[in-house]
Design a protein around this ligand. Structure first.
Ligand SMILES: *[C@@H]1O[C@H](CO)[C@@H](O)[C@H](O)[C@H]1NC(C)=O
Ligand SMILES: *[C@@H]1O[C@H](CO)[C@@H](O)[C@H](O)[C@H]1NC(C)=O
Ligand SMILES: *[C@@H]1O[C@H](CO)[C@@H](O)[C@H](O)[C@H]1NC(C)=O
Ligand SMILES: *[C@@H]1O[C@H](CO)[C@@H](O)[C@H](O)[C@H]1NC(C)=O
Ligand SMILES: *[C@@H]1O[C@H](CO)[C@@H](O)[C@H](O)[C@H]1NC(C)=O
Ligand SMILES: *[C@@H]1O[C@H](CO)[C@@H](O)[C@H](O)[C@H]1NC(C)=O
Ligand SMILES: *[C@@H]1O[C@H](CO)[C@@H](O)[C@H](O)[C@H]1NC(C)=O
Ligand SMILES: *[C@@H]1O[C@H](CO)[C@@H](O)[C@H](O)[C@H]1NC(C)=O
Length: 560
């Protein structure tokens, strides 16, 4: 080997040590990126096992901060399911890129969470998305403990080997739904480990699955006061033996209704074949009325103004607008700019990521494809085989509170979600706070986004430490808060990761009136093959619900 080549090799090796192996994971060109974007995206694999010889590879994507990547904090994101990829969050909720209806090009989410944070998405557990086991590519068995350790090792690998520039700093965890189990468990394990390569400063859980029984019971109350029972049925529920009270003098808010319900997996419930069970079935089994369980008031829309670029791949696409920049079509003067969930969105994430050229660009190992694996938003094999081990997170909160005096927790809930309703989560946290003698703020405070009420916050603090818990609602949002209320969600999370005592109303760290970036060059829209009416088609059943319905026949819905 020539001397010069050798020294270049040495230099490269040295740089790799300093900069981290993850520099090789840089996505050199994000496929379909047609608007101006000035931050780095990395995509690659983390070692998700501590066992010698194990070859479990967890796929990650890192979107660097658009603000100050060297100083902005690291925020890790998990979707739930169990079995749903964090790419559903990345490309349908909080990430910078949403996918156009052609399945090829991207449009901008102007309220992406990487405004003032470096956001790391993990596809967890192994078997989900592009995460896989090399020796057994069809591996999709998982339970809470396996997921816990895979997440724990993968994040350590990120700090130690892949991006050591983030090591020795304070980082935060975030996630949604079933991640309400992942995050407290992972936080307990990390705060138990004094050698962990970075300091965990807190976590934010959106519409979290933390107390299965509590969520189910509060859903009965939520449902009655959102018009889902007839007066007669509510009277029957209260009069008969439907409600189990631990104390006869307790009011109906303390009822345990779960005796009327059954479950095959401990995750999804259905009404028993009894008088009370039949009344309760429609609220736990959403397929009965085709109500979108993720947002009670908003169905997906089959948008009339959706644009596309290039050659459409799908026969069923609808294109109308000649505005080439989809991001400009949404009403950002509203806190609800997307008008609900675009029916097609979930499908097109899968179209995009099943393109081999896209997989290559995101550094997906060829082995993954050679095994004929398919990318899906949610891996139903994982979901169907998942074993729920813990149905109440209180012991993990206890560990965290003992271990980490400077921790902060944000439990945020879109208040029209029925899958993980705000009331159940609020009651669960209130119980945790009482156990630990936390002091509740005397009032639940209103918080604002652009001078409009964005929701309410109940704060709990400890008299002895700076441990803080906020229980926040996002008014009008369903299960996927960053999708339904993108601006408020960004203001909320940015204040959370940047301040020891967050003021969620503070707009100063973000641009609350962000505008879409210009397109790099204006592609010519192709011909519209289907002309649809000017008004959006509301009330259409969502693809989300469709996929849920398929599943509901056997199980119920999943906790994305
Ligand atoms: C992952 O880490 C373990 C423990 O250090 C090691 O034995 C294993 O070989 C690693 N796996 C891969 C794929 O690098
Ligand atoms: C959880 O997983 C870890 C790592 O694989 C293992 O060492 C431990 O025994 C497991 N614990 C339980 C309760 O299964
Ligand atoms: C983090 O701190 C440890 C202990 O001080 C040190 O050994 C290690 O090199 C640091 N890592 C980085 C990436 O700075
Ligand atoms: C953390 O340590 C406590 C006390 O030793 C233990 O009870 C708990 O199970 C540990 N939690 C985890 C997730 O390892
Ligand atoms: C949910 O309700 C539908 C429609 O009534 C029914 O077909 C299905 O079996 C129910 N699901 C469960 C798990 O009971
Ligand atoms: C959306 O519109 C397309 C094209 O008209 C149609 O095929 C599809 O079924 C619609 N989807 C829903 C959920 O209504
Ligand atoms: C993948 O599919 C191709 C074409 O159907 C087949 O030849 C090949 O054996 C499959 N590979 C695996 C690992 O199943
Ligand atoms: C904490 O401080 C508040 C206000 O001074 C007081 O009312 C409360 O009793 C204290 N709580 C505990 C557990 O000491």
């Amino acid at each position: 080997m020539a001397r010069q080549t050798w020294s270049i090799v040495c230099l490269a090796a040295l740089l790799a040590v300093v900069a981290g192996a993850g520099e090789d994971d840089l996505v050199k060109k994000v496929p379909g990126l047609i608007f101006e974007s000035h931050f780095k995206v990395y995509s690659g694999y983390l070692n998700a096992s501590g066992d010698p010889g194990s070859d479990r590879l967890m796929h990650y994507m890192l979107t660097e901060s658009k603000g100050d990547p060297a100083n902005d904090p690291l925020l890790v994101w998990f979707n739930g399911g169990p079995g749903c990829s964090s790419f559903s969050g990345a490309f349908e909720e909080l990430g910078p890129f949403y996918i156009n209806k052609d399945g090829e090009t991207l449009f901008e989410n102007v309220y992406s969470w990487n405004a003032r944070a470096n956001v790391l998405y993990l596809e967890s557990p192994i078997g989900v998305g592009f995460s896989y086991s090399q020796s057994n590519p069809n591996y999709y068995q998982a339970d809470d403990n396996q997921t816990l350790y895979q997440n724990y090792y993968a994040i350590q690998d990120f700090f130690n080997r892949v991006q050591p520039r983030f090591a020795n700093q304070t980082f935060y965890l975030s996630g949604e739904s079933y991640a309400g189990l992942y995050l407290p468990m992972l936080s307990a394990l990390i705060t138990n480990d004094t050698d962990f390569p970075a300091t965990l400063g807190g976590f934010a859980i959106g519409n979290g699955f933390m107390d299965v029984k509590g969520l189910t019971n509060s859903l009965v109350l939520w449902s009655n006061y959102h018009g889902r029972f007839s007066l007669n049925d509510w009277a029957t529920l209260k009069s008969g033996d439907c409600c189990t009270k631990s104390n006869p003098t307790d009011d109906f808010d303390s009822c345990d209704w779960t005796g009327n319900l059954d479950s095959k997996n401990g995750i999804d419930y259905f009404g028993k074949d009894s008088k009370c069970g039949k009344i309760l079935n429609p609220i736990v089994n959403s397929s009965v009325y085709n109500v979108d369980p993720y947002n009670f008031y908003e169905d997906c829309y089959n948008g009339s103004f959706i644009t596309y670029f290039g050659k459409p791949r799908r026969a069923d696409y609808v294109a109308r607008s000649t505005e080439p920049n989809t991001a400009k079509l949404f009403n950002r003067d509203s806190t609800d700019p997307f008008l609900g969930y675009p029916c097609w969105q979930e499908d097109y994430v899968a179209v995009y990521f099943n393109d081999p050229a896209v997989q290559d660009a995101y550094n997906i190992n060829p082995v993954w494809r050679e095994n004929n694996l398919t990318f899906a938003d949610c891996n139903m094999n994982t979901y169907n085989n998942y074993h729920l081990t813990y149905n109440n997170m209180a012991p993990f909160f206890d560990t965290i509170i003992q271990n980490a005096p400077n921790f902060r927790i944000l439990v945020y809930n879109g208040d029209v979600d029925t899958v993980c309703n705000f009331l159940g989560d609020a009651k669960f946290i209130d119980g945790v706070a009482k156990t630990h003698d936390f002091t509740p703020a005397p009032s639940r405070d209103v918080w604002f986004f652009r001078n409009a009420v964005a929701g309410f916050n109940q704060r709990y603090t400890s008299n002895d430490t700076t441990f803080l818990i906020d229980v926040l609602t996002i008014k009008g949002a369903g299960h996927m808060v960053p999708l339904d209320r993108p601006g408020p969600a960004l203001q909320m999370i940015t204040n959370f990761v940047h301040s020891a005592k967050p003021d969620y109303t503070d707009p100063s760290l973000i641009n609350p009136v962000a505008q879409p970036a210009p397109l790099l060059n204006t592609p010519t829209p192709g011909p519209a093959t289907t002309v649809v009416p000017e008004t959006t088609t509301k009330g259409a059943m969502s693809t989300l619900s469709v996929s849920i319905l398929t599943l509901l026949g056997v199980l119920g819905y999943n906790f994305l």
